[in-house]
Design a protein around this ligand. Structure first.
Ligand code: TYM
Length: 395
């Protein structure tokens, strides 16, 4: 664990930005680590602790009105929380377009958990015609992980770029920013931001300690900068919506605090839950490749990983037939639900599982087939991405 991480939750009191000690049973979420049970009740607690909002029926109706539909990841509450989503939709309705902003810290290969918010971001781009800034924080990952070399980060940056481009973002509307390459665009804004954030706030929000290296302490304004870059590019205050998992929220909290002081809109967010690892015990992470499905995995490896996944099943077939299994704690069920099953299929699978009419082997086999096909198709897109890198780069 890096020295600046502490075993406390980012639990910023809405009024005074202070931490509280993390309750043992709660989920621990920082931009660099996530621990605890990824259960729905813990996500509800996160909304309270982070001071975000759940996505109300009113917002869902507004989305439906503007786009004609509601994305399955919103319906299934995978995207479960937000800040100012209603505000940004109202602005859009009145004719003020918004930018999308999301990113990646290139510390390893891409897994299917990363892919979900990016697929959703592409969907938003297509639906709202939004321009997108995609930041690659190669500096963050170098500073955070004291054991990693610049060469390794640079290799992951290139590999991750292929995944990002393979998502299929509109090249005319999308620009990728690599921090160490495009720092000249970020630095002027980052210094404005940095001047407004005290060390005391940074400690409270990120858990920095006396042993944190000063590069990490100085980093947050670099991730905040793309929130304001659209206003500078467009030469008019421009709303920005950030789709990401909720682990990135601490960055947006400090950014929102100082936005208006600098003459910018507060960035809005839509937060997702975490895709769990194949063992269910923690979020999927490329630092634990044995329990993650990576986009560079060979199809037979994907199949092997899926077949050895944890499930909510009973110890024996006869018990499962008799008692049913527990889809609520089953990563296999969740992957099928979020990636491959439609609403009806997922509902039917749930009922059959609970009533003992479905065995885990059948779900695993469905998931293995879907995931293998997905990875094969995605690999082909990654290959094609090799010729498109320059097209997507920030100028
Ligand atoms: P990183 O590389 O840790 O994660 C990239 C994106 O994937 C999300 N994510 C997950 N989502 C679901 N399930 C998981 N298991 C999972 N693991 C990661 C993250 O929330 C993120 O959306 N500092 C950032 C890079 C960054 C960024 C941004 C991210 C820079 N600017 C703006 C989001 C928005 C990072 O290291 O992300």
């Amino acid at each position: 664990m890096a020295s600046h991480s502490r075993n406390i939750d980012i639990d910023m009191d809405k009024d005074n930005n202070s931490y509280n000690k993390n309750n043992k049973n709660d989920i621990l979420v920082t931009p660099w680590e996530v621990h605890g049970d990824l259960e729905d009740k813990n996500y509800v607690k996160l909304i309270e602790k982070f001071g975000t909002q759940s996505i109300s029926q009113e917002i869902i109706e507004k989305i439906k009105k503007l786009t004609g539909e509601v994305h399955p990841l919103i319906k299934s509450q995978y995207f479960f929380s937000h800040r100012d989503l209603d505000w940004i939709l109202n602005k859009y309705e009145k004719g003020e377009p918004f930018y999308l902003y999301t990113g990646r810290g290139p510390s390893g290969f891409i897994h299917i958990g990363h892919i979900l918010p990016w697929l959703f971001t592409k969907y938003l781009q297509d639906k709202f015609g939004s321009k997108l800034l995609f930041q690659i924080t190669d500096d963050e990952k170098f500073l955070y992980n004291v054991g990693i070399t610049k060469e390794t980060i640079s290799n992951y940056t290139y590999e991750n770029l292929l995944d990002i481009i393979a998502i299929g973002f509109n090249p005319k509307l999308t620009k990728i920013i690599i921090d160490t390459k495009h720092i000249n665009h970020l630095y002027p804004i980052a210094t404005e931001i940095a001047r407004k954030i005290t060390f005391s706030t940074a400690k409270a929000v990120f858990g920095f300690t006396n042993t944190t290296n000063i590069g990490m302490i100085g980093f947050p304004p670099i991730q905040a900068a793309p929130c304001f870059l659209p206003s500078i590019i467009e030469k008019v205050p421009t709303p920005v919506l950030i789709p990401a998992a909720i682990d990135q929220d601490p960055y947006w909290r400090v950014t929102r605090d100082i936005a208006e002081k600098l003459g910018f809109y507060k960035p809005a967010q839509i937060h997702s839950k975490f895709l769990p690892s194949l063992s269910r015990l923690y979020k999927m992470s490329s630092s634990k490749p044995e329990t993650a499905i990576l986009t560079i995995d060979e199809p037979e490896i994907v199949e092997k990983k899926v077949l050895s996944a944890f499930t909510g099943g009973q110890p024996t077939i006869s018990l499962q037939r008799k008692l049913g299994a527990n889809a609520d704690i089953c990563p296999v069920y969740w992957y099928l639900k979020y990636f491959f099953d439609d609403e009806k299929e997922s509902f039917e699978r749930y009922i059959k599982c609970k009533s003992g009419n479905l065995l885990c082997g059948e779900c695993k086999s469905d998931l293995a087939n879907h995931t293998r096909d997905f990875v094969i198709e995605f690999k082909a897109k990654r290959e094609k991405a090799k010729d498109k890198v320059e097209e997507y780069m920030f100028d």
